[in-house]
Ligand binder design. Structure first.
Ligand SMILES: Nc1ncnc2c1ncn2[C@@H]1O[C@H](COP(=O)(O)OP(=O)(O)O)[C@@H](O)[C@H]1O
Ligand SMILES: [Mg+2]
Length: 257
């Protein structure tokens, strides 16, 4: 980890304290404590259905905690009403799991969409920012294509361009390499790192892909049984004596076949 990424108090971007969340009788988050530092790539791992997506939705106020606090860039997001949330949401770009592109729009129109939504009207500015975002993901020459004519990896890259076009401080990636082949997954990992280095964005990445974890993470947090079961560097994860962590890293399941 380089010096710029050493965690310190004034570098806190997100602070989650004692966050609990139930859906009916299902107690999903049972007291999550997690700090995300500016400029870092934090990878969130853990079994399916543990609440990783639910946790990320709290960062942008798409879900409200039953108890606990979520402070983003000094703002208590859990206290905001819907119409007060837009300033916080503008700090984020998100690539959600099944976030599809709009079929009837070209790649460029898809990428322009968040800008138009957020009220940017200057056509020259839109063109310039869409161009820059597509350049970062190496899709500039495909900008007039419709999503149906792109490969899965290209669609993901277009989604990433759309997530970063408005210059967010933090990008949330929810399983960005799921269902991609290893080579394409590596391209996505490279892009996540490129965005971190070029724009100093904070990145939070949910993944099951342990190769990605060790490639991109500055720190890793593991969500299990509704709490952060582990949080540390990739090295600390690898060397952890905890059996649950080692099983997860090795992809071992305790389900009886
Ligand atoms: N809006 C919702 N209403 C009811 N249950 C939900 C809702 N969102 C998520 N859940 C449940 O919360 C649990 C955690 O979901 P999720 O965060 O998607 O898990 P994952 O760790 O795989 O991302 C799941 O059992 C899911 O069905
Ligand atoms: Mg999920």
């Amino acid at each position: 980890m380089n010096d710029a990424l050493q965690p310190s108090k004034d570098r806190v971007f997100i602070e989650v304290r004692d966050l609990t969340k139930k859906f009916g009788e299902q107690h999903v988050l049972r007291g999550v404590n997690l700090t995300v530092y500016r400029g870092e790539t934090l990878v969130l791992i853990g079994p399916s259905g543990e609440g990783k997506t639910v946790l990320m939705k709290h960062f942008i106020g798409l879900l409200k905690p039953d108890a606990g606090s979520v402070v983003v860039d000094g703002v208590s997001v859990h206290r905001l009403r819907e119409r007060q949330l837009s300033a916080t949401r503008k700090k984020f770009g998100f690539l959600f799991q099944n976030a599809a592109l709009f079929d009837a729009m070209t790649v460029a129109e898809n990428v322009a969409f968040p800008l138009v939504e957020s009220g940017v009207r200057d056509r020259a500015e839109i063109i310039k920012r869409v161009h820059d975002a597509l350049e970062v993901v190496d899709l500039e020459e495909h900008k007039e294509k419709l999503p149906v004519n792109l490969s899965g990896g290209m669609r993901k890259r277009a989604g990433i361009a759309r997530s970063v076009v408005a210059n967010p401080q933090c990008v949330l990636y929810d399983e960005p390499t799921a269902s991609l082949d290893p080579v394409v997954a590596d391209v996505i990992d490279q892009l996540i790192m490129r965005l971190q280095h070029r724009f100093r964005v904070t990145s939070i990445v949910v993944t099951h892909d342990m190769k990605s974890v060790f490639k991109i993470a500055n720190r890793v947090a593991m969500l299990k049984n509704g709490v952060i079961h582990f949080c540390g560097t990739p090295e600390e994860l690898r060397n952890s004596p905890d059996a649950d962590i080692q099983d997860f890293i090795e992809g071992r399941s305790h389900l009886q076949g």
